[in-house]
Design a protein around this ligand. Sequence first.
Ligand SMILES: [Zn+2]
Length: 124
Amino acid sequence: MNTPDDGRDPETPQYTHFRYGEAPEPAPAPAAVLAVPHPAALRPRGIIITCTACGAGRDWLLIQVGDLVFVRCRCAHEWQEHDLDAGEVDGARNPDGPEREWDSFEQLYAGLGFDGLFRMTYLG
Ligand SMILES: [Zn+2]
């Protein structure tokens, strides 16, 4: 008698439980990460956001992870910005702009110029 790899008793039939009329739930999507360049200054509460590491006052990368919003500077300093919400990141998107998917944060940062190479530089 062959025993399946997962240790089940092969004599026990397997049942899949679907209630009549219900479709099986699709697997939940992984948390999407949205990264949106934001060349202009940010003033979420009327006070301009500046980078505590290099003093930059604009040209950010907004990174949304679930409900959390992070701001990343050209100098590669990154922090969670509690005064920004996901709606603001979404609003900063260019709906007609190209969207790219990146395999890693490192590629994303380097590809968008937020890996520290452009420290003290405004590109936008
Ligand atoms: Zn900075």
